[in-house]
Structure formats: C-alpha cells, structure tokens
Design a protein around this ligand. Structure first.
Ligand code: PLP
Length: 358
C-alpha cells in the first residue's frame, strides 16, 4: 500500500514532480541542457537569497560534507566541527577520513549550538573552517545559524562557514549572502520534496578563493572545476538530468507559492505537531532550538513506536522512529517538510490519536 511519508527524507513527492522526471533524455553537452541549467540558476539564487554560484552535484548531501571540508582547510590549519547529533558527528568522521585535522565541540543531544560556545572553541586554535549543522535531523534541533555566522564573521575572518542544510534548505529561510555563509548544501529528498540523488550547494567567492589555496581538493567536488563548467551552465561530470528537470518544475512551484509563504507553512506544520506533542507527550529538544522541519517527540507513554508505525502503514502513512541506538523507541520523529500541508499533518495526528486512543 502507498504510504505518505512523514519521515525526514525521502519525503512525500507530488505526482507532478514524479512526472517531470519522465521528459525525454538530452545530451549533457547540448544547448538544450545548458538552457535547462541556465533556467534553473536564477531560481535557485532566489530561493537562497544569493548572487553567488549554486552548484548541482549528482550525489547525496553527504558528498558535500566531504567535498566542502577538504577544500576549506589549508595545510597546517584545522577545522572545528560543532556537534549536536548524528549528522554533525558524521561530519567529524568525514574530516578524519579525509585527513583534515579537526577538533569538535559537543553539546548534549537535544541541545543546540550557541554563538558563545563557538566563540570559545574557535578562540582555542588556528581554524580555517567551522562546520554547522543547520537542522540536526536526529534530534530535531534547529541551530541559530544566522547568529553563529555573525559571530564567526566578526571575530574569526579566516574561518569559512560550512553549513549542512540538508534538512532545512527550501523549508526554512537561509539568506546565504546576507548571513555571510561560505558553503551550504542540501539533498533534494528533504525539503525540496524531490526524489534522492541530487545535491544543491551555493558556494561563496571567499570559499572559491580558499579552495584555490588547498592543493588536494579532491576531484569530484572540486569547486574550481565546477565553476569552470558552471559558467557554461554545465557540470564537469554527467548531471542527474531527470532530477534536474524535476527540480526546475519544483522551483517554479516553490516561487509560485512564495518564499515567505513556504517558510510560514513549514512553521505552521511544526507548531501543529508541537502543540499536539506537548499535550500527549513531551518534546525531546530544548524549546529554544525547535526545528521547523522535523519534530522529535519523547515517547513518554512507553508505546511501541514500531507497532504504531505498522498500524499507520495500514492507513497509508509512515513516520520515523528515533535515530540510532540512543533514541530508537525512546523518541519518534514526525517530519513536516517539503510539500506536506497542515491538512496532511492534522490527518496524520488524527490517525495516531485513533490508533492509540488518545
Ligand atoms: C539526511 C541528512 C544528511 C544525509 O543526507 P544524504 O542525502 O543521505 O547524504 C546529512 N545531514 C542532515 C542534517 C540530514 O538530515
């Protein structure tokens, strides 16, 4: 049976978007392809409030964690990883796997990263980069990205700001230029509400200058090589053309909805889930850092989340258990991202109420 996805990726994909992928194939060195990428370029820049290049990679978001951290840190310098859950942990592991010297600053899961914490950590070393997970999907925490970036830009001009925006971009406002970010990236299966396989990444001029000072940038994600092709509305390797067609359609729909309306809809869905969660359960994250795109709920009633999900499956919906050993069955997550509506959320909560007799 078809299940509407209330999980934090892949999320629900509308029929029109699925259809947009079925356009006939075109050559990636053809004018048709350059026209397509050229059409998308200004729409992505609008979505991200940026005048800088927005690259498209045929990869999931994790690829950009690797690509960005290895191009940000010059020989002899270090990266600071801010960690508040499973996805920010991953970035530390990726730094280590790439031989990028990295330190980490951790907060307890459910807590957010504060500018003061980043300030203290950055003051201790010679840092070329700081990584921030905008929306930590494992815990349902949204970090105060704008405030952190303002602090870093004011006090640590050498540190480029790398942002994992995988589960936030296109669901919450990210003013890439005004906030002074250097790289932000997202996979399309989250708030973009497309199938997986494509990553979107605005990259600042400052980051491109930094990359030029890093000898081992890697190959696939090399931003300087990307830029060369971007200027011709192409990519160095074969792009995910079908997904890019879907992205083009989706960007039209996003801009037709209106960006402010889109952010407001995500917040309204979040508020709906929060109100319900406070009534029947408890919220897992600190109230100061609640995410607008996914809510992590404490299983205070001691139900079997797996059984709940099975029952929901028979009614055509799916939510997410808690992330990993630490949070599975102790929490569960309802994603409210992409093209889901407040009516979808209200329906889902009603089904849960009915199943559990709340
Ligand atoms: C989903 C997610 C990732 C991983 O993205 P992939 O597309 O699976 O590579 C990374 N970071 C965050 C915050 C996520 O939510």
């Amino acid at each position: 049976m078809y299940k509407k996805l209330f999980i934090p990726g892949p999320t629900h994909v509308r029929e029109e978007i699925l259809q947009a992928q079925t356009a006939p194939m075109i050559g990636h060195r053809s004018k048709d392809y350059s026209d397509l990428q050229g059409e998308i370029r200004p729409k992505l820049q609008k979505l991200l409030y940026t005048g800088q290049p927005v690259f498209l990679f045929a990869s999931s978001g994790t690829g950009l964690m690797e690509g960005s951290i290895r191009q940000a840190v010059r020989p002899g310098k270090r990266a600071l990883v801010t960690a508040c859950g499973a996805f920010s942990d991953r970035w530390y592991n990726i730094a280590v796997a790439n031989g990028v010297p990295a330190d980490r600053v951790d907060v307890e899961w459910g807590q957010g990263i504060t500018p003061a914490l980043v300030d203290e950590a950055l003051s201790q070393g010679d840092y070329d980069a700081v990584t921030i997970t905008f929306n930590e999907t494992s815990t349902g925490v949204m970090n105060p990205l704008q405030e952190i970036a303002a602090l870093v830009n004011r006090k640590y001009p050498d540190a480029v700001i790398l942002v994992d925006a995988v589960s936030g971009m296109a669901g919450a406002k990210i003013e890439f230029d005004a906030w002074g970010l250097d790289v932000a990236f997202a996979s399309t299966q989250k708030c973009f509400a497309l199938p997986p396989g494509l990553a979107v990444a605005p990259v600042s001029e400052r980051m491109l200058e930094r990359a030029a000072q890093v000898p081992n940038r890697g190959y696939y994600f090399d931003f300087l090589n990307m830029l060369k092709y971007y200027q011709k509305d192409q990519t160095p390797a074969t792009p995910a053309i079908s997904l890019i067609n879907a992205l083009n359609r989706q960007l039209d729909d996003i801009l037709a909805e209106g960006l402010e309306n889109r952010w407001a809809r995500h917040l309204e869905m979040a508020e709906t889930v929060r109100t319900w969660a406070r009534q029947y359960w408890a919220l897992f994250p600190d109230e100061r850092f609640l995410s607008n795109t996914v809510t992590t709920i404490k299983n205070t009633r001691g139900i079997s989340v797996a059984d709940l999900n099975k029952a929901l499956g028979e009614r055509g919906a799916m939510l997410s258990n808690g992330y990993g050993k630490q949070l599975k069955e102790k929490t569960f997550r309802i994603a409210h991202m992409g093209d889901l509506t407040v009516a979808d959320i209200t329906w889902l909560l009603g089904e849960i109420d009915d199943i559990l007799g709340l």
